[in-house]
Design a protein around this ligand. Structure first.
Ligand code: KG4
Ligand code: ZN
Length: 362
């Protein structure tokens, strides 16, 4: 069955056609980076307006690239949440219109379940049971994944998500937007051992994360060496690295050391979860899974344990609609149902990914 996936939970408008939950026939992503860059972060109102502008062309292009018409599609899957409510509503509205006019089933999908599904879109897909690390701008979650849509949350961040920490540190250092990718590139020129930022491993055997301490340590380190005030025409309180003549290390060293601290914790907890739950397989997804240092370290450490690591291609780690189409296909198959068209966006989804306890077809 060919499923049309639609994703608009944050700042990417995406549509894709996926066959049988595993073969990508097309995947189109329209990024809003340039729109949000001047603000240093996603502006929800601008995000929804841009989704409205491009969603129909993006869907049309996805169908054209797959050489299909709407009549060839077996079902439509759309991200229901979590995410920005105004953004989610654009995708949901269009998906409902397509489902209503074509009579095809419409499957509401959890965005995080979608991220996990990215690991099943590869040529040699992941297998169950596995440990899934979903590490993005809004989440840092570890799941014990038993089957499609059957995951138990076994660890989560108690404060900032890893991607959020990347974005905040990049903003603090005036490195530009989006932060994660900039730090990834700049860190290649730095020394990861230059500064020893704290790693929060929390209680013994805990699979939870905490990244606010690392972020604050970077803030404190930078403050020590950076003038705070009205220099360079800034507002009081703003910091400028232009006046950071006293910095004892290069900015590349700061970001490399920060990145290493985040990566150390992510890798250690993921490996610990795999050992605690005695799985043979680890899958990693979400925007931060595109990070080159994290990918290298995971390959080394998961490999050292003799386990299989499933790391989707970077373009499948960041937000896309192929993962939503795949998750929709499996949800339809597992529950065998049809959903009424009156479901709403869920901005903050309860911890469980996949199917809500009452999220059964009517
Ligand atoms: O999954 P995603 O595209 O959207 C959310 O669901 O949040 O993840 C976006 C997050 C952002 O915080 C971004 O800075 C981070 O992923 N990110 C990266 C990299 N590429 C994206 N973080 C570190 N290194 C990267 N290469
Ligand atoms: Zn995401």
């Amino acid at each position: 069955m060919k499923v049309l996936g639609i994703e608009s939970s944050c700042d990417e408008t995406a549509a894709a056609v996926v066959e049988d939950g595993c073969r990508i026939l097309s995947s189109v992503v329209s990024s809003q980076i340039a729109i949000h860059r001047p603000y240093g972060g996603v502006v929800p109102e601008l995000a929804s307006r841009q989704h409205i502008k491009v969603i129909i062309p993006v869907i049309t292009e996805a169908l054209q690239r797959a050489a299909l018409n709407l009549s060839d599609i077996g079902a439509v899957a759309v991200t229901q949440g979590p995410g920005l409510v105004g953004s989610l509503l654009v995708g949901i509205g269009v998906a409902k219109a397509i489902a209503y006019s074509t009579g095809k089933p419409l499957v509401p999908v959890n965005h995080l379940e979608g991220h996990i599904q990215a690991a099943f879109l590869e040529e040699a897909p992941a297998s169950f049971p596995c440990i899934g690390l979903v590490v993005s701008g809004g989440h840092t979650n570890l799941y014990y994944v038993e089957d499609h849509g059957r995951s138990t949350l076994v660890g989560r961040t108690r404060d900032d998500a890893a991607g959020e920490a990347f974005d905040k540190v990049a903003k603090l250092l005036n490195l530009g937007y989006p932060g994660g990718m900039v730090i990834d590139t700049l860190a290649r020129k730095g020394n990861p051992k230059a500064i020893s930022f704290p790693r929060a491993y929390l209680e013994k055997d805990s699979l939870d994360f905490s990244f606010s301490g690392i972020k604050t340590a970077v803030v404190n380190f930078v403050r020590r060496y950076v003038d705070v005030g009205e220099a360079d025409g800034q507002q009081p309180g703003e910091q400028s690295l232009k006046s950071a003549k006293l910095l004892p290390v290069q900015v590349a060293d700061i970001v490399a050391s920060f990145q290493e601290a985040v990566v150390d914790v992510l890798v250690q907890k993921t490996c610990a979860a795999a050992q605690q739950f005695r799985v043979r397989q680890v899958v990693v997804a979400g925007g931060v899974a595109a990070n080159s240092r994290l990918r290298r370290r995971l390959e080394e450490e998961v490999g050292r344990l003799g386990l299989h690591l499933q790391l989707p291609k970077p373009e499948l780690c960041t937000d896309n609609a192929a993962m939503i189409a795949a998750a929709g296909f499996h949800k339809l198959k597992m529950t065998g149902g049809r959903w009424d068209l009156d479901f709403d966006a869920i901005s903050r989804w309860p911890d469980l990914p996949g199917y809500l306890p009452d999220d059964r077809p009517k």
